[in-house]
Ligand binder design. Structure first.
Ligand code: GLN
Length: 400
């Protein structure tokens, strides 16, 4: 965003809270892909639709009159289906009337959680690299972020670093597993370390689990709410977009203790008030009847991951194969690049491919073990699209 001061010569008219905020890296890179005719392995969205029964259910709801405001907390059928999903997959018991709220994508659940739970000056411990909306919403809430860096090659959460990040002002730990952008699925030891820290310091945990069903090989997602002593202090966030390939529907949810869910709802009522009415019964249908879709999707994504990783390696990029999500991370320094952003800005012209520079997801990308030289590639694309990207990368000179 060009500052209005520079454009008009008048004092800036935008508020301090958005000044200096450009458009998101995802919007910027998707626009670059369109402009240059590049294969877009940047923004994470699939290029195929979700299950036909889900689309049919939405169409039926649209034509069947579900077109006025839904209840703010979400339609009962969807809240009940979310509760059943958490019970069936994880053994988590939820009261659908008090412990579930439907949001406009997980993004609104993140916004509602941070606006509803964080006071100015409260500290929020967040895994770094972090998804960009976390930092924006921590800022909007007046909170202070305390990043804990996951470092290549294994991107493990170091309990000592977590402990060092927690202080007297810490209000909550904002977790994300499976983790965007690194593709890590936190294991039992790492989750136990977070749970220990939360209980020792009486912290809340807000956990973004939108890639919950998209894990590979032997890696299994375990919600931290299922660890002993954690259900009462954990707000779990997820959505339909990734599991059922409908990222544009923006249907998400927050589940957990009634007071934490009420805090999200209190903020949500002033953000969107209520979320897309005809999409909610359709998502309820998917939660109840389309368990197989995310399972098949994960198996396909694993193949796409392997194809992309092989192609990236062949192109000379050191690659860290992910355990889950849509994304693989590479190190571009072996090709002589010191900045992933420089690499990504050159890539459309060099190769006709777009990727995301991970450096934007760090407070200090030049800190030891941080990500100045890391680049994220999405593989949630049709096989022929991955093959075309790999062919283009193979033909290109990618050296700095
Ligand atoms: N979650 C997706 C990604 O990480 C898209 C995010 C967005 O466009 N805001 O690529």
């Amino acid at each position: 965003m060009e500052s209005s001061a520079r454009r008009t010569g008048r004092p800036a008219r935008n508020a301090a809270r958005v000044s200096g905020m450009g458009e998101t890296i995802f919007a910027e890179m998707s626009a670059l892909a369109v402009r240059t005719g590049s294969v877009n392995l940047g923004q994470g969205f699939p290029d195929t639709d979700g299950p036909a029964s889900l689309l049919d259910a939405a169409g039926a709801a649209l034509r069947g009159g579900a077109n006025q405001y839904a209840p703010g907390v979400g339609v009962p059928a969807l809240r009940q289906a979310i509760a059943r999903h958490q019970q069936r997959h994880y053994g988590i018991d939820l009261d659908p009337d008090r412990e579930v709220v439907v949001t406009t994508g997980c993004t609104e659940a993140i916004a509602g959680a941070l606006l509803g739970l964080v006071d100015p000056g409260d500290e929020v411990v967040v895994l770094e690299p972090y998804y960009d909306s976390y930092t924006a919403m921590i800022d909007f809430a007046g909170g202070v972020r305390r990043p804990v860096t996951l470092r290549a090659p294994d991107f493990r959460l170091d309990p000592a670093e977590l402990e060092a990040a927690v202080g007297p002002r810490t209000k909550l730990i904002l977790l994300n597993t499976p983790h965007n952008p690194t593709g890590r699925v936190l294991d039992a030891d790492e989750l136990a370390a977070v749970a220990r820290m939360a209980q020792q310091h009486d912290l809340l945990v807000v956990t973004d689990e939108v890639y919950e069903h998209l894990t590979f090989d032997d890696h299994r997602h375990v919600p931290i709410a299922t660890l002993p002593g954690m259900a009462g202090r954990t707000l779990t966030l997820s959505s339909a977009g990734k599991s059922w390939s409908v990222t544009g529907w923006k249907v998400g949810w927050a589940t957990g203790p009634a007071d934490l869910v009420a805090a999200v709802m209190a903020a949500k009522q002033w953000l969107t008030f209520t979320s897309g009415a005809p999409l909610q019964p359709a998502v309820a249908h998917a939660l109840d009847h389309e368990d197989g879709f995310p399972r098949r999707l994960a198996a396909e994504l694993r193949e796409r991951r392997d194809e992309l990783v092989a192609g990236l390696e062949a192109a000379g990029l050191t690659t860290y194969p992910p355990e889950g999500t849509y994304f693989a991370t590479t190190d571009v320094s072996a090709l002589g690049w010191s900045s992933g952003s420089d690499f990504c800005r050159a890539l459309p012209e060099r190769a006709g491919v777009v990727a995301i520079p991970s450096e934007v997801f760090y407070d200090d990308p030049d800190a030891p073990g941080a990500g100045r030289h890391l680049v994220r590639w999405a593989f949630c694309k049709r096989p022929e699209v991955i093959a075309e990207a790999v062919a283009r990368l193979g033909r290109a000179d990618l050296h700095a």
